[in-house]
Design a protein around this ligand. Structure first.
Ligand code: AP5
Length: 216
């Protein structure tokens, strides 16, 4: 089962991808996480993409397609969850070609629909554990003890440099200009499903499970 999670910044893609990994043994492929890893490792590519990410713009297709191609080579028994990829029509075509070369295809695409006003709150309150990657929120998902990750006990809790109002405005613009055309692209292929991303995390999870059962 290969699944794409589509949605604006803060729609809850990462949160749901982590739940799917836990319950279905699927592998999460987040280009955002891969790019953040590259920037923190200080590679030349990492340095090049850091400023682009902080401005809220999209990194080039060539770089992200290269990152995904590398990961697909390792395969995944439970299938892949594409989180934040593809984000352009060129990326969508490249993904279809990469999967076809392995005799695979995308089984379902889920749009997580959330209103823009909610996204500002979601993104500005988000923090992530630097050790285990668990995603938290100041109001909707706080840790039990302030400054300590409930999942692994780490105190390395981080906020992203692009989680500010100005970057978010640009990220939303990029989403509507370059990524939202993918909704029509996948609708035409018959693989698009819409879930209400405004619902509580567990309800969104149930809705996604329903789509996967039907597609599997
Ligand atoms: P990326 O890391 O992919 O960021 P994004 O798409 O902007 O998405 P986010 O990670 O911000 O949000 P999310 O939907 O995962 O929400 P989350 O689950 O964390 O990309 C970052 C940058 O990298 C891009 O701007 C670009 O520069 C570059 N990039 C990445 N991929 C690229 C590509 N393919 N091409 C080109 N450039 C690329 O949830 C958010 C918060 O809400 C959390 O605090 C969470 O606890 C809370 N929450 C989640 N669900 C719910 C719910 N149902 N109810 C209440 N709260 C909730």
């Amino acid at each position: 089962m290969n699944l794409i999670l589509l949605g604006a910044p803060g729609a809850g893609k990462g949160t749901q991808a982590r739940l799917l990994v836990e319950k279905r043994k699927m592998q999460q492929l987040s280009t955002g996480d891969m790019l953040r890893e590259a920037r923190s490792s200080g590679t030349e590519m990492g340095q090049r993409v850091a400023a682009v990410m902080d401005r809220g713009e999209l990194v080039t297709d060539e770089i992200v397609i290269g990152l995904i191609a590398e990961k697909l080579d390792s395969g995944s028994e439970g299938g892949f969850i594409f989180d934040g990829f593809p984000r352009t029509l060129a990326q969508a075509d490249a993904l279809a070609d990469l999967l076809a070369a392995k005799g695979q295809a995308i089984d379902a695409v889920i749009e997580m629909r959330v209103e823009d006003e909610v996204l500002v709150d979601r993104v500005s309150g988000r923090f992530t554990c630097g050790n285990c990657g668990e995603v938290w929120h100041d109001k909707t998902r706080p840790t039990k003890v302030e400054g300590v990750c409930d999942a692994c006990g780490s105190t390395d809790l981080r906020r992203r440099p692009d989680d500010n109002a100005e970057s978010l405005r640009q990220r939303l613009m990029e989403y509507y200009k370059k990524t939202s055309p993918l909704l029509g692209y996948y609708h035409a292929k018959g693989s698009l499903h819409v879930v209400n991303g405004l619902a509580p995390v567990s309800d969104v999870e149930t809705a996604i499970s329903g789509v996967l059962e039907a597609a599997g």
